[in-house]
Unconditional design. Structure first.
Length: 368
């Protein structure tokens, strides 16, 4: 594990190698260590791998820096989650721009059956605070296994984490810096408490400062590892709106708390709703209804029927999975089938046209 960790970390620290380059290298070369030991001529044959990039891969400083990070990981009892690991957030792994590596403090499961993000303004009002606390309290009563994701920031984020802890829910803070610090520092005690029932998660190595652009990058992790994003108060511009946009691009459901038309901290949410970029949410029933999470009576699975239509291999896989599991949310189905969400949507569309499946609210699909 130590050797693999070294090369996995090193892969993220090569100048000029982003997520797509790294995935491309892994797919073609097939092994983390081999990337650093591969013959230069073979590396040159890989699309978009230039001679300058090969020089950066061979730069000895990359492995030296990675060795320091491995020591930091060991000293602080951190986990390294590579995108091919089963412990890596599987919802996030379906996103093309997902980080190839994450650092985690805490030993919880990032692949709970139900995961939502709760985000919002740093300048929350009493209205937003009260909704956040009540919403998460009610969630704990109805869905005690749900996981709450946010960003440990001032405002709605910290209220979401604290409400989750108070109600015995697992909660994850996605950070915009390395795990050698907590920002803001006044949230350190909450972060420590979270390690008992949650985790701290980041793509950034130690020594990374909490710079503004890092928080924009971390928003894609918040959106990608969740089934849905709930925006609780936002001005006309704000980081939570960026998270909502990313969530929509990932085919996640987005919910927004409405407010009075002249309230500054409700203007962003009201805009999301009016632009059809978010569903209006007033309480837990709205979330559970749209996501297909209402308390279920005994499931009645569809009886296997003889199909008179010809199915492709992917269509057959979807059909068999829905036949045995019943209605499923599209992101859960993508993970189950190990199929990119974009490809899955095309397959589901074909099945709808063949009158084999039907779509339900909340991105749910079932056999007809």
């Amino acid at each position: 594990m130590a050797d693999k960790s070294l090369y996995r970390i090193a892969l993220t620290q090569i100048k000029g190698v982003g997520v797509m380059h790294a995935r491309n290298l892994m797919e073609i070369v097939g092994d983390e260590e081999a990337i650093f030991r591969e013959d230069a001529r073979k590396l040159e044959s890989i699309p978009r791998i230039t001679r300058r990039l090969i020089q950066e891969i061979r730069n000895p400083d990359v492995l030296r820096q990675a060795e320091k990070e491995v020591e930091f990981v060991k000293k602080n009892n951190l986990r390294i989650l590579f995108y091919t690991d089963t412990e890596y957030p599987q919802r996030l792994s379906q996103c093309l721009d997902a980080p190839i590596l994450l650092y985690a403090k805490g030993h919880i499961d990032f692949n709970r059956k139900k995961v939502i993000a709760v985000v919002g303004t740093r300048n929350e009002t009493r209205y937003g605070q009260d909704f956040c606390r009540g919403f998460i309290r009610d969630l704990a009563g109805r869905l005690p296994g749900i996981q709450i994701v946010s960003g440990l920031a001032y405002g709605i984020d910290i209220h979401a984490h604290r409400a989750a802890l108070q109600n015995g829910l697992s909660t994850v803070a996605v950070l915009g810096h390395g795990l050698d610090r907590i920002y803001p520092s006044m949230h350190r005690q909450t972060a420590i408490e979270m390690l008992q029932h949650g985790a701290l998660l980041t793509e950034f190595p130690s020594g990374t400062n909490p710079d503004r652009h890092n928080f924009v990058k971390r928003n894609r992790i918040v959106a990608g590892m969740s089934d849905a994003v709930v925006v609780v108060e936002s001005a006309e511009k704000g980081g939570s709106l960026t998270t909502a946009d990313i969530a929509n691009s990932y085919f996640r459901e987005v919910f927004a708390l409405p407010g009075r038309i002249h309230d500054k901290m409700s203007s962003g949410c009201n805009r999301l709703i009016s632009d059809n970029k978010a569903l209006l949410i007033q309480g837990v029933d709205d979330l559970m209804g749209h996501m297909g999470w209402m308390e279920e009576k005994k499931k009645e699975y569809p009886k296997q029927q003889e199909l008179f239509v010809e199915l492709s291999d992917n269509e057959e896989k979807v059909y068999q999975t829905l036949l045995h599991s019943g209605a499923m949310q599209v992101n859960t189905l993508a993970i189950e089938l190990n199929m990119p969400v974009t490809d899955l949507f095309m397959t589901l569309l074909e099945l709808e046209m063949k009158n084999v499946v039907a779509s339900l609210p909340g991105g749910m699909f079932k056999l007809i």
